[in-house]
Design a protein around this ligand. Structure first.
Ligand SMILES: [Zn+2]
Length: 218
């Protein structure tokens, strides 16, 4: 995978390929999670409640940037319940792609931390745009709701309150991650997932992931 694709059928094939990759990572198993890619004023999105690893290009929705469906797949496919959350990232953060993951690492991180996850001095932080090794990376954690669409207002609020984050965790649920295009969104999703796992394991081992290490560890 290299440069972002330039036409609708390429985007659809790419989205299916990413779903297969993310399925292997356990991010979209059991029909959960999802991905959406925006190119210009055209948004491509996976349907709700389908096995993401078996998606075909003809199964995907095409929408405009205002959320109107331009092309729906045949049959009774339903638009993803995450759609309003994806659109917040497009509108408020100028995202080009959003990944919603039910990753175990993300879910466990929300059990270990309160309203925010904070880490510092981890090399993988450098994969998040604008973040250096010595910085503190902060990810807000929202409370889950019975229906995914009810998360939309809290998600928009978190995006405004944390202008440097490219991820919002949802308690006992997963994470939404975005980037300027699908390449950056994928990189961000992988780096954040690593950092969530690292933070949980560091806690288990008695390290505080939000503290800088001592200058000369023995
Ligand atoms: Zn979800």
């Amino acid at each position: 995978m290299s440069a972002p694709p330039s036409n609708a059928s390429n985007v659809k094939e790419l989205l299916c390929e990413l779903c297969r990759l993310f399925y292997q990572q356990g991010w979209v198993s059991g029909t959960g999670g999802g991905i959406s890619i925006r190119e210009g004023d055209r948004v491509t999105m996976a349907p709700s409640g389908v096995q993401k690893e078996r998606l075909r290009p003809e199964d995907l929705f095409e929408l405009d940037v205002d959320g109107r469906v331009l092309k729906a797949p045949e049959g009774n496919a339903k638009l993803s319940a995450c759609a309003p959350l994806f659109f917040h990232a497009f509108e408020l953060r100028d995202a080009g792609a959003v990944i919603h993951s039910h990753s175990m690492n993300a879910m466990l991180a929300t059990l270990v931390f309160g309203d925010e996850l904070r880490v510092t001095h981890l090399e993988m932080m450098k994969g998040i745009r604008g973040t250096g090794y010595h910085d503190e990376l902060v990810v807000p954690i929202l409370e889950n709701t019975a229906h995914e669409c009810d998360l939309a207002d809290a998600m928009a609020d978190a995006m405004r309150r944390y202008p440097k984050t490219f991820a919002v965790l949802v308690r006992r649920h997963g994470v939404y991650v975005w980037g300027r295009d699908w390449v950056e969104a994928k990189t961000h999703a992988e780096c954040y997932d690593y950092l969530f796992e690292a933070a949980v394991k560091m806690k288990q081992l008695g390290f505080d992931p939000s503290s800088a290490p001592e200058r000369n560890p023995e």
